[in-house]
Design a protein around this ligand. Structure first.
Ligand code: GLN
Ligand code: ZN
Length: 731
């Protein structure tokens, strides 16, 4: 019988206990001892769950009070100098994570192509490392005292190095030697904790398309780490895509095992002949999605693997850490059984590992289960896109809208006050009637329109007061989505998100935004911009069914949005924005997969606005500004206006639009909404001047760089007042 292995386990707790403990501590309402107590209970509980399912390899140090990358920074003693003078270790740790009154937090960014965010290490030239394994030792001994023998999870040195931010611009590679030396010390220290400890090095970096240099460093690193101690068993684990180049290297390193993801990197099958004598940790249970494992498919996969790898050398594993899925479906008391019966969260995945292992041992091939819905290829072959070329549309829209030079607008949402949220929650709980809710929303919209008119904005919005989230709102109104009660997934630190479950066929059974938009338009003579979320963003922020290709799902969503676009324009809404905030997030890690992603992403965006008449102006918004690699793709989306997040990078990143000879209109954010600071008129005038060095004046819109929902009203009004003054000067 093979052994079973779990790459990592969620830590936030089945009822988000860690979140609440941390937040109480941060708010000064409890002591750090209380946080530690909760943490201890959670770790113990999680180990027990894994034991119940006879998991042979469970982990320690996958737990963290904030983030495992930050823990790695601490383990290596790579504390940025700006935090070095904080004596208290706990205070320093949370200051790095969240900032304190004197310092900004360390930067945070997305962990590969997931929605988990890690704390970016800050390094500089001549940095020295000072190893500290106290957290690891504590967790390992904690487990030992409870009768468990866990492996120890570490972020691997190459992944760590590649994700570092060099604050002085010094070459990352110059620190390679120092980092490997520090890891050697870590292993030496771990050796003294016990006999035969398994150390898992996470190296997801190698699932990316990389420069050859990383592969040669991989060899050097594990040639060294593999021989630190004869008593340690070193496993190097990759995930999220194929990592066959790394296998060729690691097969020749003195390590014990290699972990590969066969769910998101089936191509790894071709790398198996390079494993040499290494044990294979075979990632066969999807650690990133929430649907039940397809047993017969997984069994076939195991047959394929065992054609090359000796059975004694195969360990069955999750494809990656279970951090990326919710805890358990057992808390879903209200969910339709049609949906619930198809779900598998972290706990259920443990059972799946156990189950497949049992079948595999008995060589009992499961009967192929009927797919719920067979893929219907070519359904979207002829997507509906009836728009004329941009130049034609531009003239028609100019005539219809008659906008001034440098039209001003906002990205959609206005401040969501406590009162706004309270009313929405009361309505959801049934505490106020539909009439009361609608009256309250209308009052908010009216006030928002009046404020925008008074400010002198050219294109207005209704303010999005009915939405708590730009994906959830649409998911709730569309067919094919379900919502869990407790399906929380850690996003960063104590923050969790509850992604919608896109489980079925998507369709629009009712208007999504027409009433609010039409009401808002009735209050003003200025054009009212309709606000929708695009198909790519809806998919990237949901758990998407995996029984049919993603592109098929995207087109179903696109069709629903396209119906809404048409409905809006038939109600005299002349401008419609389809947000693609997460367009870039979905990019594959492997270069050869990018084309296919771009194809369905662009096509489904176009399909979502394909019903727009030529005189209906289509906007899109994206929450970033680096388009260097994807400018052609952005161009192919064919929006009339794109608003983006340039404010923090000046016009540096805009040059790519100039270089690409981009014709359509662009609204580069003129100020940063992520901070309450109100920029002066002069500052924004400078920014506009900078934009005009790169963009022809006819192409330029002026707007903030993202939605305003997290801001307060006073700073919002002040900033927009200055923005409009700057625009008047520019005109
Ligand atoms: N229209 C949305 C808003 O203004 C866009 C949000 C986003 O880009 N993340 O809130
Ligand atoms: Zn944005």
């Amino acid at each position: 019988m093979s052994k079973t292995y779990v790459t990592g386990f969620p830590r936030i707790g089945e009822k988000r206990e860690l979140k609440f403990a941390l937040e109480a501590f941060w708010a000064g309402n409890s002591s750090f001892e209380e946080v530690k107590t909760v943490a201890k209970t959670l770790k113990e509980r999680h180990w027990h769950y894994q034991k119940e399912h006879h998991i042979d390899f469970i982990s320690c140090n996958d737990f963290t009070l904030y983030d495992t990358m930050l823990d790695t920074t601490v383990m290596l003693g790579a504390i940025p100098p700006r935090f070095a003078n904080i004596e208290d270790k706990t205070a320093r740790y949370f200051a790095m994570a969240r900032g304190d009154k004197d310092r900004a937090a360390m930067e945070m960014t997305k962990w590969f192509n997931t929605n988990y965010h890690y704390i970016v290490p800050e390094i500089h030239a001549n940095m020295t490392f000072k190893v500290d394994i106290s957290k690891i030792a504590e967790e390992y001994l904690e487990a030992k005292a409870l009768g468990f023998t866990p492996k120890i999870n570490l972020v691997g040195p190459l992944t760590f190095l590649a994700l570092c931010n060099s604050v002085d611009g010094s070459d990352l590679f110059s620190l390679f030697d120092g980092i490997v030396e520090a890891y050697e010390k870590v292993l030496k220290a771990i050796e003294s904790l016990g006999e035969g400890i398994v150390v898992q090095f996470d190296e997801p970096l190698f699932a990316k398309t990389l420069e050859a240099k990383f592969l040669s460093l991989l060899k050097i690193a594990y040639d060294r780490l593999g021989v630190v101690s004869p008593s340690l068993k070193i496993a190097v684990v990759t995930y999220f895509d194929r990592a066959n180049e790394a296998v060729e290297v690691l097969g020749n390193c003195p390590i014990w095992a290699i972990g590969l993801d066969f769910v998101y990197g089936e191509e790894n099958l071709k790398a198996l002949s390079h494993l040499k004598d290494k044990v294979l940790i075979a990632g066969i249970i999807d650690g990133r999605n929430v649907w039940k494992n397809n047993l017969s498919k997984t069994y076939t996969l195991l047959e394929q693997i065992s054609a090359t790898v000796d059975e004694q050398h195969i360990i069955l594993s999750t494809s990656c850490s279970l951090l990326h899925v919710p805890f358990s479906t057992r808390f879903e008391e209200n969910m339709a059984s049609e949906v619930k019966s198809r779900l598998s969260f972290a706990l259920e995945k443990l059972a799946e590992l156990e189950q497949i292992n049992t079948l595999w041992k008995k060589r009992q091939k499961p009967v192929a289960t009927e797919c719920l819905k067979k893929a219907t290829p070519l359904k979207h072959a002829g997507i509906f896109y009836a728009r004329s070329p941009y130049a034609t549309r531009f003239l028609l829209q100019q005539k219809a809208l008659n906008l001034p030079l440098f039209p001003t607008t906002t990205i959609g949402s206005f401040p969501q006050t406590k009162e706004t949220r309270a009313v929405r929650n009361a309505y959801k709980k049934g505490e106020i009637s539909q009439e009361q809710y609608e009256a309250s929303l209308k009052a908010s919209i009216k006030e928002c329109v009046e404020i925008q008119e008074a400010l002198g904005l050219d294109v207005l919005v209704h303010g999005e007061f009915e939405r708590n989230d730009m994906v959830e709102y649409f998911g709730e109104l569309l067919e094919g989505f379900a919502f869990s009660q407790n399906g929380w997934v850690q996003s960063y630190g104590s923050r969790c998100v509850k992604p919608p479950l896109l489980y079925g066929s998507v369709s629009r059974k009712q208007p999504l935004s027409v009433d609010w938009t039409v009401y808002a338009q009735s209050l003003t003579d200025k054009p009212m911009k309709g606000m929708l979320t695009g198909p790519v963003t809806i998919l990237n922020w949901s758990f998407v069914r995996d029984d049919i290709p993603k592109s098929e799902v995207a087109f179903e969503v696109a069709k629903a949005i396209a119906e809404e676009v048409d409905d809006l324009q038939r109600h005299d809404i002349q401008i419609i924005q389809v947000d693609e905030a997460a367009f870039k997030e979905g990019y594959p890690l492997r270069e050869e997969k990018i084309k296919a992603y771009e194809k369905w992403a662009v096509d489904s965006f176009k399909a979502s606005v394909g019903t727009a008449w030529d005189q209906t102006q289509i906007h899109t918004h994206m929450c970033y500004s680096n388009f260097n690699d994807i400018i052609d793709t952005i161009e192919r989306m064919d929006a009339d206006v794109i608003t983006i997040e340039t404010s923090r990078s000046g016009n540096k990143l805009l040059k790519v639009f100039q270089k690409a000879n981009y014709r359509a209109q662009i609204g580069p954010g003129v100020y940063d909404i992520h901070s309450p600071r109100v920029p002066s008129v002069e500052e924004m005038s400078e920014q506009i001047k900078a934009f005009l060095q790169v963009l022809p004046k006819e192409q330029l819109w002026i707007n903030p760089d993202c939605g305003l929902k997290t801001r307060g009203w006073s700073e919002t009004k002040a900033a927009l007042t200055n923005m409009i003054k700057a625009v008047h000067l520019a005109r």
